[in-house]
Design a protein. Structure first.
Length: 156
C-alpha cells in the first residue's frame, strides 16, 4: 500500500502524525514536527494529567509528569526524557488514550478521532494505490493505441 503524503511538505504521513484536514487535503499540523502532540491532546494532558506521571521512559525505566519533560529548542524537539533525552511524545499520547482520570466519554471521543484519522490515512493510501494502477492501465492503453496507429499508417 502506498503511504499518503502531506500536501504541504510531501513527506509520508503515518498514523502517529498530528494531522489537519482541509477539503480533500491531508497535511501535517506541523511539518517540522509531524508527530508533535496536537493542540487538543496538549489541552487534555494539561487539564486531566497535570498532577500525575503521564510519560514513561523505557530506556531509563522512569516515569515523569509532563512538566518534568525537557524541550530542546535548537533541535526543535519537545517532550524529552530529562535523563537520557529520549523522545517521550508517543508515551504521552498513549497515556492520554488510556488515562482513567479523563472522563470515559472524553477518552472514547479522543480514541474515535484517532481511529477515524488512522482509517482515513489507510483508505487514502488504498485510493492512491488504485489511482496508480488505473494510471498504469491508461498509459498502457495509450501506448497500445499509438502502436496500432503506427501500424495503420505503415499499412495504408
Amino acid at each position: 500500500m502506498t503511504q499518503p503524503r502531506c500536501s504541504r511538505c510531501l513527506q509520508p504521513i503515518s498514523a502517529s502524525d498530528s494531522l489537519a484536514f482541509h477539503g480533500d487535503e491531508i497535511f501535517h499540523l506541523d511539518c517540522q514536527r509531524p508527530r508533535e502532540l496536537s493542540p487538543d491532546e496538549r489541552v487534555l494532558l494539561l487539564r486531566y494529567c497535570f498532577t500525575h506521571e503521564a510519560a514513561s521512559c523505557l530506556a531509563c525505566d522512569q516515569r515523569f509528569r509532563q512538566q518534568e519533560l525537557v524541550s530542546e529548542f535548537l533541535g526543535n524537539r519537545t517532550h524529552l526524557c530529562p535523563r537520557c533525552r529520549a523522545d517521550l511524545t508517543e508515551s504521552l499520547r498513549a497515556h492520554l488514550y488510556t488515562c482513567l482520570t479523563l472522563p470515559e466519554e472524553v477518552r472514547r471521543a479522543a480514541r474515535e478521532v484517532r481511529d477515524a484519522s488512522q482509517r482515513l490515512i489507510k483508505e487514502s493510501g488504498q485510493l492512491q494505490d488504485c489511482a496508480d494502477v488505473l494510471m498504469r492501465e491508461a498509459e498502457a492503453a495509450v501506448a497500445a493505441l499509438r502502436a496500432t496507429m503506427r501500424q495503420m499508417l505503415f499499412r495504408g
